[in-house]
Design a protein around this ligand. Sequence first.
Ligand code: GCW
Length: 670
Amino acid sequence: MPSPRTTAVHPAWLPPGAFAALGGRRVVVAGDGALTSTVAAEVAAATAAHGGSWARLEVGAGTADADLVLTLAEDDPSNDADEGFRFMRDGGSAVVQAPTERGLLYGFFHVVRLGEDAFAGPDTDETHAPAAELRMIDHWDNVDVHPTMGQVERGYSGGSLFYASGRVRDDLSRLDAYARLLAAAGINRIAINNVNVHAREARLLTEDLAGVARIAAAFRPWGIRVHLSVSFASPTLLGGLSSNDPLDPEVAHWWVRAAARVWDLVPDFGGLVVKADSEGQPGPFAYGRTHADGANMLARAVAPYGGLVHWRAFVYDHRQDWRDRSTDRARAAYDHFAPLDGTFDENVVLQVKYGPLDFQAREPVSPVLAAMPATRLALELQVTQEYTGQQQHAVYLGPQWSAILRFRLAGGPEAGDDGTVAGLVAGSGGFAAVSNAGTDELWTGHPFAQANLYAYGRLAWDPLLDPSAILDEWVALTFPDAPVELGEALHAVLDTSWETYEMYTAPLGVGFMVRPGHHYGPDVDGYEYTPWGTYHFADRDGIGVDRTQATGTGYTGQYPAPWSDVYESLGTCPDELLLFFHHVPYSHVLRSGKTVIQHVYDTHSEGVERVEAMIAAWEPVAGLVDPAVAERVAERLAEQLRSAIEWRDQVRTYFFRKSGVPDEKGRRIF
Ligand code: GCW
């Protein structure tokens, strides 16, 4: 019997075939509770589809005949925070034992991922546990369709999975499939609305609570807790108060009552997400208060319920004057937040974008992550591909995230792994990332963008996983019956796709160069004279932003040693970030031995050639996948090539016109 889920929506990384190994065996599920029932239902569907058998027993009941036992531990310590499990393989049979139901769920998906290897392989006894307790996905979904952003801000996958016709959907059945996919990737928290909270969306906190409760109910069987983005101005907007001052007792009391109403309806509600004093959103600055004042006031309202406040560090001046060379957007988060270290309540998580600007394909890691040891910090990533091809381009972001997570930001070499970005956040505020999923029948627009959502979850569970191995997992799960050539082709297309995208877009860490507003396609000067910040300063002689302490904005001084020195000096600054930190002449010779201008010419030509190679690698295997997937991939690859050519020609031409320096390889410039 085929799984009923496959007919409605694309199964992504959980097609029935992914369950063949366990589904053909004798399986026992032992234990009580809602999540154990989720596991039991999965086992029932898998064994029905693949000819095995299953039984649900009491913990500790005889399980001698089983090939696979999924059991809660007998001596249940009931530490709800424990999501780990023990995996044992012995003579061809396997046991998953977990202290909590959530651990059992993750142990089940571990077995699914292993496939036949769960049973065939050397005997083993392993324990597994996530590196981070907080593994969150954020949706930038609006209830209403926004006039310029559409329903999902920076969404490239159709409409919202949660809202339709101006309210929470009546039919939330698709959320079950979505929650299942997220749980299988290890995600355990979800924020269900945009951090830009417009008037309609603000009311989710009050009059739409019944709908929020229904959404939470859809995620609950999968161990995922729901969070809401809220407007800092809710007391005036929704409560009719005259102020939102965080130190005003009436305001604090309004939030206390709001929290009580939420947790009354949704007892396992996760907490609030806040974008304050950022890009026009209200915040504590209007009342002369700090962000700690604002965050702590909310934190105290939600603390009695174990709730969290995810407070975003994305605060900068978006009304700059391009003539003012002293304002540097890259400095803003550190300048605002580092002085507040140690002043946030324990249930505040400061959510920090991975770079100091805004999810560019290449940025240095945010210095804020090393500057606030007495604050719970979360790393914020962007799975939705706002600045990385908007799910038109095949860009596998696993390698980018892995490089960020492994980067040794703090403490120098002595700090060991604690000083990596993963080490700084995993045991602290964990991970958050903006989702790329929507109502698109393939979930993510580009079918290959599914791999990004999967990879984010897996890296949040274990930041040291190899992104190429994660891709193997995703391929094996998504295409369980495909011949090995398909996997090889997917590696050829995706392994270096981030680097390829970087090659044909903004060079050497300078960033942006995108069309303002929608951020798709090239526009070298698009943002250069706008209030949002200035990014490349190209003139006839050179390009780049001087962010040194010696002669520039001083941003390099926000880094701990050795990075402050490494980035300060032209001699040691890595090539890929050169123009982020320095303004140099076009004739400047990179560590690669090429001049900056020739590097720009070469990478832009090579980037297009690499997209052509991606297409050549994919075409021979396209017939191996579902025709709907093949058709979508073909259409997107064609657009990627068109767009890469557009980028190449505009960027090469722009810099030839600015510099007058010809391409030494004599290639055509327009
Ligand atoms: O990347 C920018 C986006 C905005 C977004 C903002 C943010 C939700 O262009 O659309 O707003 O970042 O992260 O708050």
